[in-house]
Design a protein around this ligand. Structure first.
Ligand SMILES: [Zn+2]
Ligand SMILES: [Zn+2]
Length: 354
């Protein structure tokens, strides 16, 4: 397992010429046109947005980042995007740069082989997890097939929920006006998603169907419906690839003794990305109560990590009021409770299986 945390000075600005060059380098080194990267066979987790609730740009958040939730998990064959907070804007720009580099400098061709297949999995539809979907540039390409999966919460179809936020009263672009071919589907928490190399289109496998034997390049996603987030809970996702497991558990609140369903779901994972919005003091503060808000404390995240015996814990969904200084304190505190823990930073990558 290797972590590369690009120092902010060397980290190219998203969408800049530097970023374009880096994307070209990666595309040339990669073995496919999806998620090209130089570490062949590796599973890569990249953090594009780590913040909860609302974005917090500015000089006090440059180290950990100010964008809302977006995590990319990819191997050389597939790319899955978790949540569409403002972090997805930079990811979309990087995908477009990659696409341009691989397709002769312009996305104007309609050749079938130039198709771009992208999948976004939404934990739920609160603003900080979908607010940047209208600014995800690949969604405007007619060459893009955009799969969006997530839970059907409060009885509303996922498509209906997203479409409502892009109503003309709130957004200049309606969902239908984005040129990509969009496949938006509710997922049952018993469904599985299989990303198989021979077919870049994700396949939904219901609980009734038998799971095929997995190849080393396949990504398998399973889900857990966590009920501890208002009003109708969230999906926690588990990605498995070639013996490696990553769990994405955002917007979830702990229980006494640890969330036992989550502990079971995340058992022995290589990486557990866990909500850790509050310190214990903030959570129990009588003047401004946070209990029942559907978010965890650092202690809760550490307890789940410890009991699930995960190899690494990544604190996620940082409180927007936590600037870089307080995040450093949060991280130091967490290390006293779980040995291999890090607070997610924008641009940070974790490589598994190198
Ligand atoms: Zn959130
Ligand atoms: Zn939420």
């Amino acid at each position: 397992m290797a972590i590369s945390n690009l120092p902010s000075a060397a980290h190219p600005k998203k969408g800049s010429a530097q970023e374009d060059l880096r994307a070209v380098d990666q595309a040339q080194a990669g073995s496919s046109n999806n998620g090209g990267n130089s570490s062949k066979g590796a599973l890569v987790v990249k953090f594009w947005g780590v913040r909860g609730s609302y974005p917090v740009p500015g000089p006090k958040t440059v180290k950990y980042g100010g964008n809302t939730s977006c995590v990319e998990i990819r191997n050389p064959y597939h790319r899955i995007i978790f949540d569409a907070g403002t972090g997805i804007i930079g990811l979309g720009d990087a995908i477009l740069s990659e696409y341009r580099a691989q397709n002769g400098g312009g996305p104007d061709s309609s050749d079938a082989e130039k198709a771009l297949v992208l999948s976004i999995l939404l934990s739920h539809t609160h603003h900080d997890h979908i607010q940047a979907l209208p600014f995800f540039q690949p969604a405007y390409l007619s060459q893009t097939s955009l799969y969006v999966f997530g839970p059907q919460l409060l009885g509303f179809d996922l498509r209906e929920s997203i479409s409502e936020t892009m109503n003309a009263r709130y957004c200049p672009v309606r969902l239908e006006e984005m040129n990509s071919h969009k496949i938006i589907a509710n997922m049952a928490d018993t469904d599985r998603l299989l990303f198989r190399n021979s077919n870049k289109v994700p396949r939904v496998i219901s609980a009734r169907e038998e799971l095929p034997a997995l190849h080393h390049e396949d990504l398998l996603v399973t889900m857990l419906h966590s009920y501890s987030h208002p009003k109708d809970g969230v999906y926690v996702f588990k990605v498995q690839n070639n013996g490696h497991t990553v769990v994405y558990a955002t917007d979830t609140e702990g229980y006494t003794g640890g969330d036992s369903r989550l502990i079971k779901f995340a058992q022995d994972a290589d990486v557990l990305i866990h909500d850790a919005q509050y310190t214990h003091e903030e959570y129990t503060d009588l003047l401004s109560p946070k209990q029942g808000f559907g978010h965890s404390t650092v202690d809760m995240a550490c307890e789940v990590a410890h009991k699930a015996q995960v190899k690494q814990l990544v604190l996620f969904h940082h409180d927007p009021r936590h600037d870089d200084e307080s995040m450093a304190r949060v991280e130091a505190y967490a290390r006293q409770h779980f040995k291999n823990v890090i607070a997610a930073q924008e641009g940070m990558e974790i490589h598994l299986g190198e």
